[in-house]
Design a protein around this ligand. Structure first.
Ligand code: URA
Length: 257
């Protein structure tokens, strides 16, 4: 995110005038990354830096929404004793604000992973029956065919549950391997791999190109970006919440398990 003047940030985030912001700064109640700051012209990055007023995080900074392009080889977990986790790929300033991944991607899966500290939204996005549509690109062994497309559309019977109907498009095919683009809203453990395996096609590699309305676009692997206001609005709508940004003070935080 772009930097902006501290007095402007305080004015925008607290619906106060620039002169009120200047008075607050003079009073010594404003800290940037733990140090008192009195200079209204100080440039800050609200995503990477923490601004507090009398020890409390400035409202605008409480709710964070970030999209990570997860690379292969990292675990989706809040912590792990041995393996590198996705938490090492987002900056400390966001971790201090308690952002957590919403759902999980397998260690070898790449693609779109949302992080937020908006507990209400995360809860909605993970609740059964509320899942947003996800787009997976899967290289699989063998030749996919129209029977596979029909079977996915009818709802595949797996060992412990019947998957909801999902839309499979065959995007490339040879005798050895095929590329399938799958749209589905459920998100059970290893679901995509299990669905393809049930049709005799082991997944070779899996990539999530979209999570609900969020697309990676040109985001390189391992990089993250802050969601735009319009993405947050559409995501909240997709999750069945009011489209407007919630009052940060009333929103539940996600707690680390
Ligand atoms: N389904 C899977 O099998 N793996 C993932 O990482 C995501 C969905």
């Amino acid at each position: 995110m772009a930097t902006l003047r501290l007095d402007k940030f305080l004015a925008l985030s607290g619906e106060r005038s620039r002169s009120e912001a200047a008075r607050l700064l003079k009073s010594g109640l404003i800290m940037v990354d733990g140090l008192v700051e009195r200079d209204p012209a100080r440039k800050i990055d609200p995503v990477l830096q923490q601004v507090t007023l009398a020890g409390e995080m400035v409202a605008d900074q409480r709710l964070q929404y970030v999209l990570l392009h997860k690379p292969a080889g990292v675990l989706t977990a809040a912590r792990d004793h041995r393996a590198r986790t996705v938490m090492t790929l987002v900056p400390d300033s966001l971790l201090r604000r308690k952002v957590l991944p919403v759902g999980r991607l397998d260690k070898d899966t790449t693609g779109a992973l949302l992080f937020t500290n908006d507990g209400e939204l995360a809860h909605r996005l993970l609740a059964p029956g509320r899942h947003v549509l996800k787009e997976y690109h899967a290289w699989v062994e063998g030749a996919l065919d129209e029977d596979d497309v029909t079977a996915f559309a009818q709802g595949l019977q797996l060992s412990d549950f019947t998957a909801q109907p999902a839309q499979l498009t065959i995007s490339g095919v040879s005798a050895e391997k095929s590329l399938g683009v799958l749209l589905l809203s459920e998100g059970k453990f290893h679901q995509v791999k299990r669905m393809f395996a049930s049709r005799g096609h082991e997944v070779i590699s899996l990539h999530r190109a979209a999570f609900g309305p969020l697309r990676l676009q040109d985001l390189p692997q391992g990089a993250w970006r802050v969601l735009t206001a319009s993405e947050i609005r559409t995501l909240r709508e997709a999750a069945g919440l009011e489209p407007g940004l919630p009052d940060p003070s009333s929103s539940t935080r996600i707690t680390t398990s």
